[in-house]
Design a protein around this ligand. Structure first.
Ligand code: NAP
Length: 254
């Protein structure tokens, strides 16, 4: 039904771990040529080997790294069709303890890194004739809040502010830009928070389970298809219904 993505080139920032690795795996299994980007070379090479992808080392908070990752992708595969700007960090700090350096660091990767990645890939995406950008935002910030994540929530909401104006500018270049907004997704990092955290999170989600990295990958894959070409500047929440209950009573009455 959907036009196959075989032969399309997909670059996934933060594709060496967690959600990005899940997105990269879904695109690789759909037949795309996949490039994964991250800072840690050992992890990146291991992930690329596992996925049948190519690893490029880059820090998305640095403009020259973003230019290089775009140039090396084009050199390697002859073009670029899809950018999944997914790299993100989520340290937690209460506002009263937050330093200026904490704020600068999270904005550098999550907001500046998203914008620099998209900007660097624009010429190649335009040349492809069907360029697609998929951002990984979050429900935290645009829809919900969580103590310790005021700076993180601000960055995830900022990505959506960027998206809406970028969508208008990029429409003239034949490029769409949309975002997935994950809820609580099962990643390596989540396991470290322990079984009690996991059980409490599951009980606050109407589907009573966490999402998988593939759940996010399939939403990104849809937005990257030719058939999604008339969708731009939009968001898809992928959260098992987590944002829906208006109180704990709504879940208890389920
Ligand atoms: P993760 O497991 O910690 O993976 C983050 C990835 O981003 C790694 O590949 C990391 O590699 C890379 N990265 C971080 N900073 C980077 C930088 N400056 N330059 C290049 N690569 C960088 O995180 P995750 O949970 O999968 O989160 C991925 C995205 O999903 C983030 O944008 C996050 O906000 C969003 N999200 C996650 C959840 C969730 O439940 N996990 C929910 C909502 C939204 P290196 O460290 O080697 O650079």
């Amino acid at each position: 039904m959907f036009t196959p993505l075989t032969g399309r080139t997909v670059l996934v920032t933060g594709g060496t771990k967690g959600i990005g690795k899940g997105i990269a795996g879904v695109f690789a299994r759909a037949g795309a040529d996949v490039v994964v980007v991250g800072r840690d070379r050992e992890r990146g090479e291991a992930a690329a080997g596992e996925l049948g992808a190519v690893y490029l080392a880059a820090d998305v908070s640095r403009a020259e790294d973003c230019e290089r990752m775009a140039a090396e992708t084009v050199e390697r595969f002859g073009g670029l069709d899809v950018l999944c700007a997914n790299a993100g960090v989520f340290p937690d700090t209460k506002l009263e303890d937050m330093t200026e350096a904490d704020i600068d660091a999270i904005f550098a990767t999550n907001v500046k890194g998203t914008m620099l990645s998209v900007k660097a890939c624009l010429p190649a995406l335009e040349r492809s004739g069907h360029g697609r950008v998929v951002l990984t935002s979050s429900i935290t910030g645009p829809v919900t809040g969580y103590p310790g994540w005021s700076h993180y929530g601000a960055t995830k909401a900022a990505q959506l502010g960027f998206l809406r104006t970028a969508a208008i500018e990029l429409a003239a270049k034949g490029i769409t830009i949309n975002a997935v907004m994950p809820g609580n997704i099962e990643t390596e990092g989540l396991d470290e928070l322990g079984p009690e955290y996991r059980q409490k999170m599951e009980s606050s989600i109407p589907q009573r389970k966490l999402g998988t990295v593939e759940d996010i990958g399939f939403a990104a894959l849809f937005l990257a298809t030719d058939e999604a070409g008339y969708i731009t500047g939009q968001t898809i929440v992928v959260d098992g219904g987590q944002v829906l209950p208006e109180s704990m009573m709504a879940l208890e009455a389920q």
